[in-house]
Design a protein around this ligand. Structure first.
Ligand code: ADP
Length: 713
C-alpha cells in the first residue's frame, strides 16, 4: 500500500487506489500460466502423495518436462517440509539459472539480493542465499562441501538430486551418503527425490531399496565392478527386491516431444569445424523454418574457434538473410554471458548457440528448432596403470546422441543434423560410462574420509569403482600427505578437503602457505587461472602465433606456463584504466580474466577462513608483489609447491629428445599452446595431460631434477 501512495502524501480515492501487484508478482502470475502447461503439472498430487508416504521418490522425465523448476515448489508447502530443500545440479550454470527462474516463478527476489528471498544458490566461488532461503540450488560439490560442516544435513527436510543420469562422481557419492543418512537415526527424517532425464531408473530404486548401506547388500544390487549401470544387460541385478517392498516411490513424467527429422552425413568427415560451419550456414540460408540453432561442440577452445569463424562468415551475408547471433555456452563462461542464451533473439536474428554437452540435459535452451551434433564430447579419463588423468575427445553414446536430438523438438517439430554417418551411430556405446569408472578417485576418497567414511572400500557405491583405482588413489593421497599411514585423514588432508580444489591443487596451496615457502598469494593467482580454463585466446595459425608472441612478449616467462599465468594476472590486476582493452591488446580473454579475479578473491577468503592466510592483501599488493614475482628464488619456490602437488605429472628429457613421465614412463609432447613448446629443458612439470592425436602435456613449466631430489628424496 505504501508503494502506491503518491509522493505528495494525498491519499487516493478508494476506487483509484486498487493495489497494483509489484513487478515481481506480475511476473509470477504471468509465469504461472506457463508452468501449468508443463507436463509435470498434472502429476502434482501424485508426487506430493508419494512423498507423504515414502522417504524416497525416484522420478524420471524428459528434459524440459519441469522437474528441476517445479518439484521444489510442489513440496515446499508440505507439512513435513519444515526445513530447507536442496536441489543439486552437476553444473554451476544450471544451478544459477534454475535459481533465477524459480525465484521469478515464486515472485521472490533472488538469493542475497534481499533478506526476504526464498530462493538462492550456492556454487563454487559464489554463494547467494539469504536468511529466509527455503529452496537452494547448489552444485553437487557444494552439497558435499556442506556435509563437511554437518554430515547429517540437519537444516534440510528434503534433498532433490537432479540429473542423476549423468552419473558424475559427486552424484554417486551423494547417493551413497544419502542412503546412509536415510538409515541413520536423524532427529527429523529426511526425504530424498532422485531425478533423471532417462527412464533407466530401476537400478537407482533398487539401490535405495537395499536394507542397509553395507557392502554385502550393495554388492547384491550392483553386480560386478566393471559394469556400467546397474540393472542393465551387462550387469544383471542379482537380487531384485522390489521397490514397493522398501517403500520407494517411482514416478514417470511423459515428455513433450515433437517429431525431429534426422539427417546423417553420407561419408565420415575428418574436419568437424569445417563440417559444423558448413552445416550452420546451410541451415541458416536454406531453411525457411524459423527457430534457433544449437550446436554441440567439445569444449571452450573449439567453441571459441567456431564462434570466430561463424561471425566472420556471417558478416558476408546479404541483407536478404536474417542476422546471426552467436552465443557460446560452456561451464567456465561467466554468469552474465551464460544468461544471454535464455533471452529471445532480437528481431530478424537467429541465435546460434555453440555449447558443450551442458545443453544436452542440464540447461533447457528455449527457441531451439535445429540441432547440429558433432557426435563428440570431451571427457576426463583416468588411466590407473599410468596414473595419468587425461582429457580426451571421445565419441558420445547413443543415449547422448538421442538426448541431443531431442533438444530440437521441445517447442515444435525440429531437425537434427548429425555430423557422422548412420553406420557410425550404430557403433556408439549404448550408455555413457559413469564418471566413477573413468576418473581419478583421489578427490572422491578424500571427500569420503573427510565426511567420516573410513572404510572407503565398503562405501555403498551405485557402481563400485575398480579396486585397483581405489588403491591407487589411496596411495596418491598418502603421497600428498593427506592421509596418515593408518589410512585416516591427516590434518593436511582436512585442510585440503575444505578447499574447493582437487587434492593436487589443494596440496599446492597448503605447501605455498608454509612460512618457508611464503608464496601463497602468487600460487593462488596461478591456481585461479587453472580453475577457469584458458585465459589466452585460441591461436590456430602460425601467423597468429607470431602475433600473439609479440603482443604477449612482456608476459611470457621462459620458465614456463605457470609463471606466465602469474605475470598475466599481475599485469591485469595492476591495470586500472581499461582492463578490457588491455586484455584485447594481449590476446587474452577479458571474460576469463574477470572469472580469474573472482576465483582469486574467493580463494583468498577461503584461505583466511582456513587460517592459511592472516588477512586479505591490501591495495598496494599488485605493485609490491609484482616485483617479488620476478625474483628467482620466489619463482623456484612457487614451482616447488606445484611439484609437491603434481608428483605424477613430471617428465624428464630423454637422450632422444623426447619427454618421458617418471610415473609410467609415458612419452609426452609439450602442447603447442605452451611457452615451452619446442624447447628442451631437463624436466617438465605439467598441469594436465591431453590426448588428442598425441599425448600432450598442457600447462608446462621447466623444473630441475635437483629440486625433485630435494622434495621427494
Ligand atoms: P527439467 O528439469 O525437466 O529438464 P526444467 O524444470 O528445467 O525441466 O524446465 C522446465 C521449463 O522451464 C523449460 O521448458 C524452460 O522453458 C523453462 N525454464 C527453465 N529454466 C529457465 C530459465 N533459466 N529461463 C527461462 N526459462 C527456463
Amino acid at each position: 500500500l505504501k508503494e502506491t501512495q503518491p509522493a505528495n502524501g494525498v491519499k487516493r480515492k478508494r476506487d483509484e487506489g486498487k493495489v497494483q501487484p509489484s513487478p515481481l508478482q506480475q511476473k509470477r502470475l504471468k509465469l504461472l500460466a506457463t508452468r501449468k502447461l508443463l507436463p509435470i503439472w498434472s502429476h502434482q498430487k501424485e508426487i506430493r502423495d508419494a512423498l507423504k508416504e515414502n522417504d524416497v521418490l525416484v522420478l524420471s522425465g524428459e528434459t524440459g518436462s519441469g522437474k528441476s523448476t517445479q518439484i521444489p515448489q510442489f513440496i515446499l508447502s508440505q507439512p513435513w517440509c519444515t526445513g530447507k530443500i536442496a536441489v543439486t545440479q552437476p553444473r554451476r550454470v544450471a544451478a544459477i539459472s534454475l535459481a533465477r527462474r524459480v525465484a521469478e516463478e515464486m515472485g521472490t527476489p533472488l538469493g542475497s539480493s534481499s533478506p526476504a528471498s526464498k530462493v538462492g544458490y550456492s556454487v563454487r566461488f559464489d554463494e547467494s542465499t539469504s536468511p529466509s532461503t527455503r529452496i537452494k540450488f547448489l552444485t553437487e560439490g557444494m552439497l558435499l562441501q556442506e556435509m563437511l560442516r554437518d554430515a547429517t544435513l540437519g537444516q534440510y527436510s528434503c534433498i532433490v538430486v537432479d540429473e542423476v543420469h549423468e552419473r558424475s562422481v559427486n552424484v554417486d557419492l551423494i547417493l551413497g551418503f544419502l542412503r546412509g543418512l536415510l538409515a541413520s537415526k536423524r532427529k527429523k527424517p529426511i526425504k530424498v527425490v532422485v531425478m533423471s532425464a532417462t527412464a533407466d531408473i530401476q537400478g537407482i530404486s533398487w539401490f535405495f531399496a537395499a536394507p542397509s548401506p553395507s557392502v554385502e547388500n550393495v554388492e547384491n544390487f550392483t553386480g560386478n565392478a566393471n559394469g556400467h549401470t546397474i540393472g542393465t544387460e551387462e550387469t544383471p541385478v542379482k537380487s531384485p527386491i522390489s521397490a514397493e517392498e522398501r517403500q520407494i516411490s517411482i514416478c514417470h513424467v511423459e515428455g513433450r516431444q515433437y517429431p525431429v527429422k534426422l539427417d546423417y552425413l553420407a561419408s565420415p568427415t575428418e574436419d568437424i569445424m569445417e563440417a559444423a560451419l558448413h552445416r550452420i550456414f546451410q541451415i541458416h540460408c536454406k531453411e525457411p523454418m524459423p527457430g534457433d540453432m544449437l550446436v554441440f561442440m567439445t569444449g571452450q577452445e573449439t567453441i571459441q574457434g567456431l564462434q570466430k569463424l561463424v561471425e566472420e562468415y556471417a558478416q558476408g551475408l546479404t541483407a536478404d538473410y536474417p542476422k546471426i547471433l552467436v552465443l557460446p555456452l560452456f561451464a567456465a563462461l561467466p554468469q552474465a554471458a551464460q544468461q544471454r542464451i535464455f533471452q529471445p533473439a532480437p528481431p530478424n536474428t537467429r541465435k546460434v548457440i555453440l555449447s558443450t554437452n551442458i545443453a544436452e540435459t542440464s540447461v533447457t535452451v528455449p527457441g531451439v528448432r535445429f540441432v547440429v551434433d558433432t557426435g563428440k564430447v570431451k571427457v576426463k579419463q583416468f588411466r590407473n596403470r599410468l596414473g595419468l588423468d587425461s582429457l580426451l575427445v571421445k565419441q558420445i553414446s547413443k543415449s547422448s546422441a538421442d538426448q541431443r536430438k531431442g533438444r530440437a523438438g521441445r517447442e515444435g517439430p525440429g531437425q537434427c543434423y548429425r555430423l557422422y554417418t548412420q553406420e557410425a551411430y550404430q557403433t556408439l556405446e549404448r550408455d555413457t560410462i559413469p564418471e566413477i569408472l573413468r576418473c581419478d578417485l583421489s578427490e572422491a576418497i578424500l571427500k569420503m574420509k573427510a565426511r567420516g567414511t573410513d572404510d572407503v572400500l565398503g562405501f555403498p557405491f551405485l557402481t563400485p569403482p575398480p579396486r585397483e583405482g581405489m588403491e591407487r588413489a589411496l596411495l596418491q593421497l598418502l603421497q600428498l600427505g593427506a592421509l596418515e599411514d593408518t589410512g585416516r585423514i591427516s590434518e593436511v588432508g582436512r585442510k585440503i578437503s575444505r578447499l574447493p580444489l582437487t587434492p593436487s591443487l589443494g596440496r599446492v596451496i597448503i605447501e605455498a602457505a608454509k612460512p618457508e615457502m611464503d608464496c601463497l598469494l602468487e600460487t593462488i593467482d596461478i591456481v585461479a587461472c587453472l580453475s577457469v580454463e584458458n585465459i589466452f585466446l585460441n591461436i590456430d595459425t602460425e601467423e597468429a602465433r607470431e602475433q600473439a608472441q609479440t603482443a604477449r612478449q612482456q608476459l611470457l616467462r621462459r620458465q614456463g606456463d605457470h609463471l606466465t599465468l602469474l605475470a598475466a594476472v599481475r599485469a591485469y590486476a595492476a591495470e586500472h584504466s581499461d582492463r578490457r582493452r588491455w586484455a584485447d591488446d594481449h590476446l587474452i580473454s577479458h571474460r576469463a580474466m574477470q572469472s580469474v579475479m573472482d576465483v582469486r578473491k574467493q580463494l583468498i577468503a577461503q584461505c583466511i577462513q582456513s587460517k592459511l592466510l592472516d588477512k586479505a592483501p591490501g591495495n598496494d599488493r599488485s605493485r609490491a608483489t609484482e616485483d617479488r614475482a620476478t625474483d628467482e628464488a620466489t619463482q623456484e619456490r612457487i614451482l616447488k609447491c606445484f611439484l609437491r602437488g603434481f608428483s605424477n605429472n613430471i617428465a624428464r628429457l630423454c637422450p632422444d629428445g623426447s619427454y618421458k613421465t617418471f610415473v609410467g614412463n609415458q612419452t609426452v609432447t609439450i602442447h603447442p599452446s605452451s611457452v615451452l613448446f619446442g624447447r628442451k629443458v631437463e624436466a617438465i612439470l605439467y598441469n594436465e595431460f591431453v590426448f588428442t592425436n598425441k599425448a600432450y602435456a598442457r600447462g608446462a613449466s621447466a623444473v630441475q631434477i635437483r629440486w625433485l631430489e630435494e622434495i621427494f628424496g
